[in-house]
Design a binder for this molecule. Structure first.
Ligand SMILES: NC(=O)c1ccc[n+]([C@@H]2O[C@H](COP(=O)([O-])OP(=O)(O)OC[C@H]3O[C@@H](n4cnc5c(N)ncnc54)[C@H](OP(=O)(O)O)[C@@H]3O)[C@@H](O)[C@H]2O)c1
Length: 252
């Protein structure tokens, strides 16, 4: 049986496309009212809402750049005004970063990604936590990456930022557990989205399938279903965890 998320209110950052869009659809299927946040992809965000409504779910779009504190606070105020406070935050937005070997990477390129990744997670968390505390519970799920644990050349800025995110999630879990708030990390390996379209030629696809115990490239739904499982009642005593979702290609 699929677990229900009742009428909890879920905010999925960066859910106009990719993993975020799949997660929004999955949470809606399980009964959550879902906020589709986007930065520029208004049409794609509206399509996600239309898909959710077509299956009988509730969704709304809110434009906000999650690296801007004021925009995040306005987004959360808008959700509270329209619906109610956020019960479930999925911090997912894929903030652009430089992909370069360390010898070419500048401090600004490196620190820009650290700053934006952590500011988005920090600001969105701080915007929803007070109401979670007031209502004695809530959940935060942070989308990290296997590159936070296993390095790949060219991804120093991304991997280091995601490692910081893993640590931040544990602090949220530590400091807010007494208020019934859970914080967990989901860590995908490579997933087929717009962000990886350039890398996924036929040879790469075959190589990944050959070296992955579950023998295929991950799809956004694979991540979405794990997020929904961790958000569900069955995971109610789970906090501060790090869950790789990678078909076994790296057994972290
Ligand atoms: N794809 C992978 O292989 C992979 C692997 C491991 C981890 N991840 C992680 O999974 C998450 C989603 O990745 P994805 O591949 O699904 O990305 P994607 O397909 O590139 O989609 C990115 C999403 O993030 C939104 N976004 C970007 N910057 C934003 C901002 N400043 N404020 C609000 N929204 C913003 C985009 O909205 P707009 O279109 O409006 O800009 C879009 O909805 C990321 O955290 C990524 O690091 C991905």
């Amino acid at each position: 049986m699929v677990e229900t998320l009742d009428s909890s209110i879920a905010l999925v950052t960066g859910s106009s496309r990719g993993i975020g869009a799949a997660t929004a659809r999955e949470l809606a299927l399980r009964g959550a009212k879902v906020v589709i946040n986007y930065r520029t992809s208004e049409d794609e965000a509206a399509e996600v809402v239309a898909d959710i409504e077509a299956t009988g779910g509730d969704a709304m779009t809110v434009q906000a750049d999650v690296t801007e504190t004021d925009a995040v606070e306005e987004m959360v105020a808008e959700i509270e005004g329209e619906w109610d406070s956020v019960d479930l935050l999925i911090s997912n937005a894929n903030i652009p970063f430089a992909t370069k070997p360390l010898r070419e990477l500048t401090w600004n390129e490196f620190s820009d990604k650290l700053d934006a990744e952590l500011k988005a997670a920090f600001t969105c968390s701080k915007a929803v936590l007070p109401e979670m505390v007031a209502s004695d519970g809530g959940q935060l799920i942070y989308i990290s990456s296997g590159l936070s644990q296993s390095p790949q050349r060219g991804f120093a800025a991304y991997g280091t930022a995601k490692a910081g995110l893993n640590a931040f999630a544990k602090y949220v879990a530590e400091e807010y557990g007494e208020h019934g708030v859970r914080a967990n990390v989901i860590s995908p390996g490579l997933v087929e989205t717009d962000a990886t379209a350039d890398q996924l030629n036929e040879d790469v696809r075959k190589g990944i399938s050959r070296t992955t115990p579950l023998s295929r490239v991950a799809q956004p739904d694979d991540i979405a279903k794990t997020v929904a499982a961790i958000a569900g009642e069955g995971a109610q005593f789970l906090t501060g965890t790090y869950t790789p979702v990678n078909g076994g290609i790296s057994m972290e």
